[in-house]
Design a binder for this molecule. Structure first.
Ligand SMILES: Nc1ncnc2c1ncn2[C@@H]1O[C@H](COP(=O)(O)OP(=O)(O)OP(=O)(O)O)[C@@H](O)[C@H]1O
Ligand SMILES: [Mg+2]
Length: 243
């Protein structure tokens, strides 16, 4: 398997505060990789650097063999599903998808075809002409994911995709992620839900106060710390962050 994402000694320091502290990991093509961490441990900051929104203070990111300094060359390969919804509440579902398609340079029949498929995949076809502000929480989450997939990226970052959702809607989001996995996308997901991580991720890295404190498959980690549940492994490695 080829390496899709390679992160080496990546760090972010803002006003002398270390947000991400020299983390390293790699993700293979087609893998679902989990970045686990308590609130404030640096997950979103890491994602912002991986997707080019934030420049690293030091270290390197290589995506599909290209360095972050060649960002324009791999931007089209990345879909970033942000923690906060990034669509426009005042546009309809279809208008949002059309807007994001145009932003990614997807035009004409390609855009129409892609939007039609995403509406079906995200079970939003009958909501296509509804204002985004009128959608339920689960539908908004699915629209947020759809907006990041209009350009059919090879690598998808999902920042806490199921936070604040009820258990039924959460399972719907998991099914969407599993479907993306079955289409050979490389997926990196942040979460602090152990059930989500164990169900979706082949390997995980556990972050604490900006550092990766351990990584491996959930089974390997449970065995290593002689604990039965990932929740116990997480609690063992992660102490509450005092801000
Ligand atoms: N622009 C910024 N300037 C200063 N500090 C920041 C900035 N952005 C984030 N932080 C701080 O950096 C730390 C890491 O934040 P980050 O959002 O990456 O954590 P997270 O793991 O995504 O947390 P959560 O689970 O709550 O989403 C936090 O202490 C946060 O307050
Ligand atoms: Mg976050």
């Amino acid at each position: 398997m080829a390496v899709a994402v390679q992160v080496a000694d990546l760090a972010k320091v803002i006003k002398e505060k270390i947000l991400v502290d020299r983390i390293s990991f790699s993700v293979e093509e087609g893998e679902v990789f989990g970045l686990l961490g308590a609130n404030g441990s640096g997950k979103t900051t890491t994602f912002n650097m991986l997707s080019g929104l934030l420049s690293p203070s030091s270290g390197s990111v290589t995506i599909l063999g290209k360095s972050i300094r060649e960002m324009q060359k791999f931007k089209a390969e990345i879909g970033f599903v942000t923690q906060e919804d990034s669509f426009y509440e005042t546009l309809t579902v279809r208008e949002n998808l059309e807007y994001f398609a145009s932003q990614f340079g997807v035009k004409g029949s390609d855009a129409r075809e892609r939007i039609k498929r995403l509406l079906a995949q995200m079970k939003l076809a009958d909501k296509r002409d509804v204002l985004a502000s009128k959608l339920s929480g689960g539908m908004k989450k699915r629209l947020n994911i759809a907006c990041s997939l209009v350009h059919d990226p090879k690598i998808v970052f999902l920042d806490e995709p199921s936070v604040g959702l009820d258990p039924v809607v959460r399972r719907e989001i998991w099914a969407v992620i599993e479907e993306l996995h079955s289409t050979k996308k490389t997926i990196i997901i942040t979460s602090h839900y152990m059930e989500e991580i164990e169900r979706l991720c082949g390997r995980v890295a556990i972050m604490f106060a900006g550092r990766i404190v351990d990584s491996g498959t959930p089974e390997e980690l449970k065995k290593k710390y002689k604990l039965k549940q990932m929740e116990d492994v997480f609690a063992h490695l992660v102490k509450p962050v005092v801000q």
